[in-house]
Design a protein around this ligand. Structure first.
Ligand code: NAD
Length: 487
């Protein structure tokens, strides 16, 4: 098998197997070929991983942030040296084209190790608080054992975006990748050991929705960071609340992308395509509700159709391929069912909607799809599809479009294209979302906080803001005189 790891789990610095766990296959989404055969974690594996993390964490927390940072930066270097190998694995795991994974997956994971490794020496300081003759100071202390649970669209990036801030703050991590994409995180764990991370600090266990709760409910776990759907987020946050664990929730969205009639048309179309078709549409922050001002609607749709129909669909390992398959058959069926609903509810199918020619019929392929004349009440406009389905809506005025863009329970991201920067800022201010773009879409550099508002989640990944979610402040009051007591 093309991508069989030595064993299913990586615990305490080595690969570990327990064949009592339910067996499952990892399939290459482009062909349906079995590329690895794995076992889900048994309760014994979960215990072993959490015990290793708990044992290793205090010594790691006692090291200086600079020393911890040095190891993370080394891991970043190794990831960059092995970018091709890691990108090929990511392509096998997810089906995303190598053209994307080579620039966006291991590299963004490496960015996280590099960034958090670099800020360690300066960003983990406390404050000195003068109080007359007395004073207080604060220390930033780790939480302990943190659990990361990943989605299937960016497996290596998610493993690093959670691992890097957790480790730099002095925590240990147990990471569970999605059952659809189990392979990338194991490599990240291997690389961290090679970079010098002490054993037990970054463990990976496999499993699905029945395994997750074993981690979330465990008494020795201090924090859970989930990337997943809103539905899963509610379950995980609810379970974590029962013993008041810290949580970060990176959940789904149905984000608006607003194109005013003064926008640079080709840039706006490019942004809309990136925000709907990159990673075959499987991106949480995608701008799937594209509001186009009525004056440019016809021109916008004409060019969008032309450009969409030129997208190169094919073998993800071919560097010329721009668009690969959906991660799983189940997700493909879900996307097709939304396309049927779009047609039934009266949206105009501008392009796509079917299976592309000249691809393996065993792969989970679908054409990039655009619906025009979509209205706010249609199912395809209200629910997250998580596939390459763009909904184009018309609007007349700024006030109208802001109100309609905000009329959703989600609040992950939003974008605005306009050549009037004052309007760009005004609209960005008015939109209810955690991450916004003006004249761009879906850029998420590690320096910038990333996360959602409303039901798209809470907490932030990336940037120094993430340190707040993997550490807490300890305040120490120091009295310099005698105790002034009335008793
Ligand atoms: P999902 O919610 O089905 O699963 C996410 C992870 O949670 C998986 O590892 C799964 O095994 C685990 N899980 C499921 N039920 C659980 C439970 N009860 N307890 C603990 N763990 C459980 O999501 P998915 O289908 O893998 O990913 C797609 C979703 O993720 C979309 O909604 C997408 O928007 C979202 N997403 C969000 C972000 C972000 O940063 N905001 C990034 C990527 C994906």
């Amino acid at each position: 098998m093309k991508a069989q790891p030595p064993a299913s789990h990586f615990i305490d610095g080595e690969y570990v197997e327990d064949i009592d766990g339910a067996a499952f296959d990892s399939l290459y989404p482009a062909t349906g070929e079995v590329i690895a055969r794995l076992h889900a974690a048994t309760p014994a594996i979960v215990e072993k991983a959490i015990a290793a993390a708990k044992r290793a964490q205090p010594e790691w927390a006692a090291m200086s942030p600079t020393a911890r940072g040095r190891i993370l930066k080394r891991a970043a270097d190794i990831m960059r040296e092995r970018n091709r190998e890691l990108s090929e694995l990511e392509t096998l795991d997810t089906g995303k084209p190598i053209q994307e994974t080579i620039v966006a997956d291991p590299t963004s994971g490496a960015d996280a190790f590099e960034f958090f490794g670099g800020v360690a020496a300066s960003a983990l300081n406390g404050d000195y608080i003068p109080l007359g003759q007395d004073f207080a100071f604060t220390k930033r202390v780790p939480l302990g054992v943190c659990v990361g649970i990943g989605a299937w669209n960016y497996p290596q990036q998610i493993a690093c975006w959670k691992g890097a801030p957790a480790l730099i703050c002095g925590n240990a991590m147990v990471f569970k990748p999605s059952e659809n994409t189990p392979l990338g995180a194991l490599k990240i764990a291997e690389i961290l050991i090679e970079a010098g991370l002490p054993k037990g600090l970054y463990n990976v266990i496999q499993g699905d929705r029945s395994t997750g709760p074993l981690l979330v409910n465990h008494k020795d776990v201090a924090k859970v960071s989930l990337t997943g759907s809103v539905e899963t987020g509610k379950k995980v946050a609810g379970a974590a609340a029962s013993n008041l664990k810290h949580v970060t929730m990176e959940l789904g969205g149905k984000s608006p992308l607003i194109v005013f009639d003064d926008a640079d048309l080709e840039s706006a179309i490019g942004g809309a395509m990136l925000g709907n078709f990159y990673s075959t549409g499987q991106v949480c922050s995608n701008g799937t509700r594209v509001f186009v001002q009525r004056g440019i609607k016809d021109k916008f749709l004409k060019r969008l159709k032309e450009r969409t129909e030129k997208i190169v669909i094919g073998d993800p390992m071919d560097e010329a391929t721009q668009f690969g398959p959906i991660v799983s058959k189940a997700q493909l069926d879900k996307v097709f069912s939304y396309i049927e609903k779009g047609k039934a509810e009266g949206a105009t199918l501008l392009t796509g909607g079917g299976i592309p020619n000249s691809v393996s019929s065993a792969g989970n392929y679908i054409q990039p799809t655009v619906f025009a004349d979509v209205t706010d009440d249609m199912t395809i406009c209200r629910e997250e599809i998580f596939g390459p389905v763009m909904c184009v809506l018309d609007f007349d005025s700024e006030d109208e479009v802001v109100a309609r863009a905000n009329a959703t329970e989600f609040g992950l991201s939003a974008g605005v294209f306009t050549s009037d920067l004052t309007r760009g800022h005004r609209v960005a201010d008015a939109l209810e979302a955690g991450t916004l773009w003006i004249n761009a879409y879906n850029l998420a550099p590690v320096e910038v906080p990333f996360g959602g508002s409303k039901q798209s989640g809470f907490g932030r990944e990336n940037s120094v803001a993430a340190l707040n979610h993997y550490s807490e402040l300890k305040s120490v009051y120091v009295a310099m005189g005698k105790v002034d007591s009335p008793y």
